[in-house]
Write a protein that binds this ligand. Structure first.
Ligand code: AMP
Length: 404
C-alpha cells in the first residue's frame, strides 16, 4: 500500500491549488481525498506543460513530489483505448512498486488498469497481468525488454512515456535496453524525463528521443537540500566501527547507514547486532520481499537503523529519516548528494555524518566543492580524531626538509 502523505513526506508545497493547474475536477477530488492540499513546485511547473502536450525534462529529486507530477496529468492524457498507452520506466524494483501503488491510488476510480514488470520475481504472474490488458505499465527496463522479446507485450501504441530517474537508470547500465524500448514506441508521443543530474549521456538521450522539451529545474541550490547539516568525523581506519557505534548512541533517531559494497552491509550489521542495535540491511542480493520488509520495518519502527548500498537505496521513499551516516564515502560526489537527499525531505532538517579517514582527503575536497562550503569537522568522545594536515603546510614542510 502506498504510505506517503504530507506530514511524512515533507515535500515543499506551493500556495497554488490543483484546480489552478487545469486538472480535471475528478482528478482534483482524488488528490484532495489523499490529503494533498497544494501542489509541490515540480507539480505546479510540470502539470500545466503536460496538459499542453509538451515534452518535459524535470530536474528533481525523490521527495519533490515528481511521481504525482506525471501520474496526475497522465490520467487525463491517456486515451481509453485498447493497448498499452502509458509507459513508465524506473531504475529499481522499489521505485517501480512505489509508482505502481501511486498509480493505483489515483487510477482505480477512473478505471485505468496498471501492470508492474520488475526483475527478480517470476515472469508468470506478470504475464497474467499483461493478459488483463493494462492501460499503463510501470517497469524496470531489463524486465520490460525480456517481455518484449518474448512477445508478451507490445509498446507500439504508447502515447505517454516517462523516464524516471534517468541518470540512475544509466548508472545501472540500462542504456542499451532503454534505447531498444524507445525504438519500439511510436515517435508521435509525449515524453517526460526526470533526473537529479544531467550528465552527458542523459542529455544525449533527451536530444535524441524528446521533442523540443521544456526544462523545469527544482533542484535546490548547490544540488543539495537546504536544512541539511553536514559534518565529518576524521578517525583512524581501525576506529571506524567504534565511531559508528558511538554516533548511533548519540543520535537515536531513524538512521540510514551507507556503505559501498553489499558484503560490507552484511558485515556492518554483524558488527552492530551484538551491541543491541536494531538494524536491518538493504542491498541487491536480497530478495524483493526481504527488501520490502526492511523498508516497512523502518517505517513502522521495528528497527531504527538500516544499512544500505547506494544502488539499493537510491530513490526509495523512506519518510522521516533523521540521520544519514556515510560509513564509506561514495565513489562519485553525485551519490553523496543523493545519499544526503534521503534526509531533510522537503523543508525538514536532517543530519549527514561522514566517518572518514586520511584516505578520503580527495573525496572530501570534491564534496566541499559541490556543497560550496567547508564541512565542519566534529569529534566523538573517547575517539582520538585524526588530524588532517593542510596540503600547503605539508608542501612547505617537505621543502624545508630538503633545504636542511
Ligand atoms: P516523490 O518525490 O514522488 O517520491 O514524492 C515524495 C512524497 O511526497 C510522497 O510520499 C508523496 O505522497 C508526497 N507528495 C507528493 N505530492 C504532494 C503534495 N502535493 N502535497 C503533499 N505531499 C505530496
Amino acid at each position: 500500500m502506498y504510505t506517503g502523505g504530507i506530514s511524512q513526506s515533507g515535500a515543499i508545497s506551493t500556495d497554488q491549488s490543483f484546480r489552478d493547474l487545469g486538472l480535471d475536477p475528478a482528478v482534483v477530488r482524488t488528490v484532495e481525498r489523499e490529503g494533498f492540499e497544494h501542489p509541490t513546485q515540480i507539480q505546479a511547473l510540470t502539470i500545466p506543460l503536460a496538459l499542453e502536450g509538451k515534452d518535459v525534462i524535470g530536474l528533481a529529486q525523490t521527495g519533490s513530489g515528481k511521481t504525482a507530477a506525471f501520474v496526475l496529468p497522465m490520467a487525463e492524457l491517456i486515451p481509453l483505448e485498447q493497448g498499452v498507452r502509458g509507459l513508465i520506466l524506473c531504475p529499481t524494483r522499489e521505485i517501480a512498486l512505489q509508482t505502481k501503488a501511486f498509480l493505483d491510488l489515483f487510477y482505480q476510480d477512473i478505471g485505468l488498469l496498471t501492470a508492474c514488470l520488475i526483475g527478480g520475481v517470476k515472469m508468470g504472474p506478470q504475464i497474467s497481468q499483461l493478459r488483463r490488458g493494462p492501460d499503463i505499465i510501470v517497469a524496470t527496463p531489463g524486465r520490460l525488454f525480456d517481455h518484449m522479446e518474448r512477445r508478451n507485450v507490445s509498446v507500439s501504441e504508447v502515447n505517454f512515456l516517462v523516464l524516471d530517474e534517468a541518470d540512475h537508470m544509466l548508472d545501472l547500465g540500462f542504456l542499451p535496453q532503454i534505447r531498444r524500448i524507445l525504438a519500439s514506441v511510436p515517435k508521435e508521443r509525449q515524453t517526460f524525463m526526470f533526473s537529479a543530474t544531467m550528465p552527458g549521456p542523459v542529455e544525449r538521450l533527451a536530444q535524441q528521443f524528446m521533442m523540443d522539451p521544456e526544462r523545469v529545474d527544482v533542484l535546490p541550490d548547490g544540488r543539495a537540500a537546504e536544512g541539511l547539516h553536514h559534518r565529518i568525523f576524521m578517525v583512524d581506519p581501525e576506529q571506524k566501527v567504534e565511531a559508528l557505534k558511538k554516533l548511533l548512541r548519540e543520535e537515536t533517531g531513524s538512521t540510514l547507514i551507507f556503505i559501498r559494497r553489499k558484503i560490507d552491509a552484511e558485515w556492518a550489521c554483524k558488527q552492530l547486532e551484538p551491541d543491541g542495535f536494531k538494524v536491518e540491511r538493504i542491498h541487491s542480493n536480497l530478495s524483493q520481499s526481504q527488501r520490502v520488509a526492511a523498508l516497512q520495518g523502518l517505517r513502522k519502527g521495528s528497527h531504527r537503523i538500516l544499512v544500505a548500498t547506494d544502488i539499493a537505496a537510491r530513490g526509495i521513499d523512506i519518510p522521516a529519516i533523521e540521520h544519514i551516516i556515510n560509513f564509506t564515502l561514495p565513489e562519485r560526489v553525485e551519490d553523496y548528494i543523493h545519499r544526503a537527499g534521503r534526509t531533510a525531505r522537503g523543508d525538514a532538517s536532517g543530519l549527514v555524518s561522514s566517518i572518514c579517514t586520511w584516505q578520503d582527503g580527495e573525496k572530501i575536497r570534491e564534496i566541499e566543492k559541490i556543497l560550496g562550503k567547508e564541512v565542519p569537522r566534529a569529534k566523538l568522545e573517547g575517539i582520538e580524531p585524526y588530524v588532517e594536515r593542510k596540503k600547503t603546510i605539508r608542501g612547505r614542510r617537505r621543502v624545508r626538509r630538503r633545504l636542511l
